[in-house]
Ligand binder design. Structure first.
Ligand code: SF4
Length: 230
């Protein structure tokens, strides 16, 4: 996507620039000696996709290390296993750039593109970074369904939809697992984030996570002729 280079070169948030680089300089023992990406993460996947998945932000030692979103951490293990099962990914694992992973009819992005301390971006950082999500959504001509991984992503997507001129219901729709809301010609689906906080506690099970992508896929099949028209 054309904005990807702009994303990668971005240094608009001084706190996050410092944090992403600090993580690279002080890795945990298991990653010592690895060369970190330590820059913002562009989106990944099929630019012509009908499905967009949006997370919170890269993990300091996951995407910030490997240079690909949801790659090299436990959340990514859950996500790509589910995407493979649903037929959106050609393999169930995402370990590093060059591992052969490809997505079909699916694109993955985040509300904030740099790893934040404690996985908590500041509102000003979210508002600065949201421009990239707005532009990505505008560029995705076939987009129909957006999956929000977690409440931060849910709120960020609603904000991005409003900024891109789409009608968003008021009052603000509440986040929930498998919550659905229509916004213009798009449908937003909520999913608990596959963070260890949710997967270790049983808040999110693999079955419940698989339901999100099976549901999204069924929705695409019912509402689009994109595949047939290709
Ligand atoms: Fe730029 Fe977004 Fe990173 Fe801030 S979080 S420096 S806006 S890419």
């Amino acid at each position: 996507m054309r904005i990807n280079q702009e994303v990668v070169d971005c240094r608009l948030c001084p706190r996050l620039v410092a944090w992403r680089e600090e993580a690279a300089l002080n890795p945990p023992a298991r990653f010592r000696g690895e060369e970190y990406w330590a820059r913002p993460l562009p989106g990944f996947g099929d630019h012509n996709a009908r499905l967009l998945i949006v997370g919170l932000a890269p993990a300091a030692h996951g995407g910030n290390r490997t240079g690909r979103i949801f790659t090299g951490d436990r959340s990514g293990d859950w996500l790509f296993r589910a995407l493979h099962k649903a037929g959106f990914a050609n393999q169930p694992t995402s370990e590093h750039i060059g591992d052969g992973l490809g997505l079909e009819d699916c694109y993955i992005a985040a509300v904030v593109r740099c790893a934040p301390p404690a996985n908590k971006p500041l509102p000003t950082e979210r508002d600065t970074c949201i421009q990239y999500l707005v532009r990505e959504m505008d560029a995705m001509q076939n987009l129909q369904v957006v999956v929000a991984l977690g409440s931060f992503a849910w709120d960020g997507i609603l904000r991005a939809l409003r900024l891109s001129g789409r009608a968003v219901p008021a009052p603000k729709p509440r986040f929930g697992h498998l919550a659905k809301v229509g916004a213009g010609n798009l449908t937003l689906i909520g999913s608990y984030h596959p963070s260890q906080q949710n997967t270790f506690t049983g808040t999110l099970t693999q079955q419940a996570f698989d339901q999100v992508f099976a549901g999204a896929k069924a929705m695409l099949t019912k509402t689009s002729k994109r595949k047939e028209e290709r």
